[in-house]
Design a binder for this molecule. Structure first.
Ligand code: SF4
Length: 429
């Protein structure tokens, strides 16, 4: 079968397809026509079809994007072969498969997409590829899970001018119950080697992308043992990028770091060699009780001490706070506000979020609550200080909709089996 691939992006995030397109080219050469589009892909698919190709449409969906694109995915799936990946497909693959997708990627995407393209060429079913969920009659199946070595796949694609942030680590050792990273199929921790990261950085600089951004689930955990930072590796990485003419960015959004991975030596290295002055730190709550309840694994005092160290070294801490976590009570809110005010008084920036019940996490079935009025009052008070950022209002708005995706179809059963009491709640939205 002569196939052509269309990658459907949204909001200018075409870089997200870098590793996937790179994997297709690596395993199948440039023989397969690939197109990246930022609108409904049906007209591009029709054009390929008219030229004798079998179009394959790729979607990569977070839960908020899935809410937006769901009807488009359903229409596209009626006409063409659709492969869906991204966090929503991993956390709730049966949603995409019920929509008609041929396969949902549930683990590492690089070897999954290469295997799916191979299966299509041969006329096989999706179950031949690793890391995919698919349907067999009214049953949902997951194929074998195979973890890749990050060094085996480049994240960039020169011919498409795609140069995404370089992923240095996949998976996480921690078990925060609100976060998808440790609960999905690709949770096992792996690193990109220093040698590989520097070779890729050199390619970025050669292509004119001198600002080399690195992403990791925990900002300063590169090549670490999971308990404390590997300062030597971080220094070698940052200095290595400088030596090839680049400006490295490490530990800024979205790669927030944990308090365990902050020490003076790491901060000095970042200050000396990195381009970012901002250091993202995950605090989430000012209540030890709540931090423990959500499985965070550190205390408020530990985080505040490290935030102050960031300030002392002369960098700008940007602290993530998460409102409306499951189990949050008024006393937790009051304690969190106390910490927010204390940090704001020291010119620490606060990035405010509202809890989202993401599929695949232990909190996927936690019905969201509105943001507590005391938080709103505090936000009004702190607005004038110019230290607030974050999309907490938008997240508050979409949290019930994301919850209802799970509540109305919580597991891969033959037919959706809504959670008791949620049909009425969700129909009101
Ligand atoms: S929030 Fe960070 S530390 Fe916690 S599980 Fe997710 S990636 Fe790991």
């Amino acid at each position: 079968m002569r196939i052509a691939v269309i990658a459907r992006t949204a909001y200018g995030a075409k870089n997200a397809f870098g590793p996937i397109i790179s994997a297709i080219i690596k395993e199948h050469s440039l023989d397969i026509p690939i197109k990246v589009v930022e609108e409904n892909p049906l007209s591009s698919a029709a054009e390929f079809k008219a030229k004798g190709y079998e179009p394959i449409i790729l979607y990569g969906v977070s839960s908020p994007l899935y809410l937006e694109l769901r009807s488009e995915i359903r229409r596209a799936s009626r006409l063409y072969t659709v492969i869906a990946g991204g966090p929503h497909a991993e956390g709730a693959y049966w949603h995409l498969l019920r929509d008609g997708a041929w396969a949902a990627v549930v683990g590492d995407g690089e070897n999954a997409i290469a295997g799916l393209v191979e299966a299509l060429k041969r006329g096989d079913g999706p179950g031949e590829a690793p890391n995919v969920a698919y349907r067999e009659g009214d049953k949902f199946r997951v194929s074998r899970i195979e973890h890749i070595n990050l060094d085996d796949y480049d994240p960039y694609v020169e011919s498409f001018n795609l140069y995404p942030p370089i992923e240095l680590m996949r998976g996480c050792w921690y078990r925060c119950k609100f976060c998808q990273v440790p609960w999905l199929y690709k949770a096992r921790v792996r690193y990109r080697s220093l040698e590989n990261a520097l070779r890729i950085s050199r390619e970025y600089v050669r292509a004119g992308y001198t600002r080399v951004r690195f992403i990791l689930p925990i900002g300063f955990s590169y090549l670490s043992d999971g308990r404390e930072p590997n300062v030597e590796a971080i220094e070698e990485l940052l200095l290595g990028v400088r030596r090839v003419g680049g400006i490295p960015f490490l530990g800024s959004f979205p790669s927030e770091t944990r308090p365990e991975f902050i020490n003076r030596d790491v901060l000095e290295a970042v200050k000396k060699y990195a381009g970012n002055r901002r250091v993202a730190v995950g605090l989430q709550s000012g209540s030890d009780r709540l931090l423990e309840l959500v499985g965070r694994g550190h205390t408020v005092a530990e985080a505040v001490e490290k935030i102050e160290l960031v300030l002392k070294v002369g960098l700008q801490p940007v602290v993530d706070i998460l409102f409306s976590l499951p189990g949050e009570e008024e006393e937790d809110v009051i304690q969190t506000i106390r910490v927010m005010e204390e940090l704001a008084g020291k010119h620490v920036r606060l990035r405010l979020h509202t809890f989202l019940p993401l599929p695949g996490t232990p909190f996927a079935r936690a019905r969201p609550k509105p943001v507590h009025p005391l938080y709103r009052r505090t936000i009004r008070r702190l607005l004038g200080k110019g230290v607030l950022e974050g999309h907490w209002e938008w997240q508050e708005e979409i949290a019930p909709k994301i919850y209802c995706l799970t509540a109305l179809d919580p597991k891969p059963s033959p037919d959706p089996e809504p959670l008791p009491g949620d049909i009425e709640y969700c129909s009101r939205l």
